[in-house]
Design a protein. Structure first.
Length: 114
């Protein structure tokens, strides 16, 4: 059974940084694609980034240049480094394997105060 667990969310001031973690089990991260999403208050779920098994990552325009995804394949973890945070980055952040659509975790709350 593929499972993910997000962590690292917190309350931070605008301009600050956070690093989120996505711990995966039941699947080999090294050979799989993983997505980051967020759901902001009053909005639909929004795609944030995709990391491919070859190390390439694509980002939503709203976070490009501020967010960076990194992989730790040996520990089956993916990190989302978020810098220059803005209030509009507030939301619950999720990671998910598109190959296993059922692999949604509880998410981790990020709140950016102005």
């Amino acid at each position: 059974q593929v499972q993910v667990k997000e962590s690292g969310g917190d309350l931070v001031e605008a301009g600050g940084s956070l690093r989120l973690s996505c711990a995966a089990s039941g699947i080999a991260l090294s050979s799989n694609v993983l997505n980051w999403y967020r759901r902001s208050p009053g909005k639909q779920r929004e795609w944030v980034a995709t990391t491919f098994s070859n190390g390439i990552t694509t980002y939503a325009l709203s976070v490009k240049g501020r967010f960076t995804v990194s992989r730790d394949n040996s520990n089956n973890r993916v990190y989302l480094q978020m810098n220059s945070l803005k209030p509009e980055d507030t939301g619950v952040y999720y990671c998910n394997f598109p190959s296993h659509p059922e692999s949604w975790g509880q998410g981790t709350q990020v709140t950016v105060s102005s």
